[in-house]
Design a protein around this ligand. Structure first.
Ligand code: SAM
Length: 287
């Protein structure tokens, strides 16, 4: 590990350069990561760092900065170091108990909002809510709606509740349990779900920091998707929509699952990287 030498100048510019070198290959954008860590630590924005590049930083902050830099150099996700992640229009608290919300999941939010008119007080379900990302975004954008969000993990739901409190939202409630288990006979107009969909055998160093139950599901990554798609019919209003996020190579299998479950208007949308990422379908009008 490239530890900071005594002689490294503890100016803002010096810290950014040294931090960038230390993170190195552990990140695609080590300069951005070093800057975000220093900004978070000093509670300043990007423009302030540029304007004050020659100023010195006090010893306590320098020590803390290099502790954070070293964690990032060991591939720890930036969001777990800062404890924050931007998602949709919100800043969410995140800890190791929740998956770090991904930008591609915003596509799921966007598609779901397209099916929820602003003026209608619909009941929406977010399955496997994690930090609350999807459910909170929908609750914020559709204040007349009631959102129910579930997860199997209590520690995860604690973070989601914290985020609800910080955002001051009242139209979302969290329930603990296995997929549709806690919902009894409740029916929803729209069900959204970003389930675990990574195949068990897949390995990537960066993923080792996140909760396994949030990521992995079966040999092909399809077990949770199958449960969610097959169970949705019993909880959707006639004409209601199911939208799921899935792996880039899951489109054919997920479309077959939607067809077999009797959905209409089945469509798969690509994420910003051009990968098939979200599939949606509509329950037939009559039950
Ligand atoms: C991929 S993460 C998605 C988290 C969040 N919705 C997001 O998009 O950032 C999947 C979530 O499903 C939850 N989960 C996994 N298995 C579950 C189950 N059997 N029942 C309910 N939730 C489950 C995990 O705890 C995790 O929070």
């Amino acid at each position: 590990m490239n530890r900071p030498a005594e002689k490294v100048p503890h100016t803002i510019t010096g810290l950014l350069q040294s931090g960038t070198r230390t993170i190195g290959d552990a990140s695609d954008a080590p300069d951005v990561d070093a800057r975000i860590l220093l900004q978070t630590l000093l509670k300043k924005d990007h423009a302030w760092l540029i304007a004050h590049g020659t100023e010195s930083v006090d010893a306590a902050h320098v020590t803390r900065y290099y502790q954070w830099i070293e964690r990032r150099a060991r591939s720890k996700p930036l969001a777990y170091i800062t404890g924050r992640k931007a998602f949709w229009t919100m800043e969410l608290a995140v800890t190791r108990d929740v998956l770090v919300p991904r930008p591609e999941t915003e596509l799921l939010v966007e598609r779901a909002l397209g099916k929820i008119p602003l003026s209608e007080p619909l009941h929406i379900l977010d399955l496997g809510t994690g930090s609350g990302a999807i459910g909170l975004a929908i609750a914020a954008e559709r204040p007349l709606c009631k959102v129910t969000a579930t997860d199997c993990s209590w520690p995860t739901l604690k973070i989601a509740e914290q985020n609800k409190g910080r955002l001051g939202l009242r139209n979302i409630d969290f329930q603990q349990g296995n997929w549709y288990g806690p919902l009894e006979q409740n029916r929803f107009s729209v069900i959204v779900c970003n389930p675990p969909y990574v195949p068990h055998s897949y390995y990537e160093a960066t993923l080792s920091h996140e909760p396994r139950d949030a990521l992995f599901s079966g040999e092909r990554g399809l077990d949770a998707l199958e449960t969610v798609i097959n169970g949705a019919g019993g909880h959707l209003e006639p004409g209601g929509w199911l939208l799921v996020e899935h792996g880039f190579d899951h489109k054919p299998s997920v479309q077959v699952l939607f067809q077999a479950a009797g959905y209409k208007s089945i469509t798969t949308l690509d994420d910003h990287a051009g990968h098939p990422r979200v599939t949606e379908g509509r329950r037939a009008d009559k039950a």
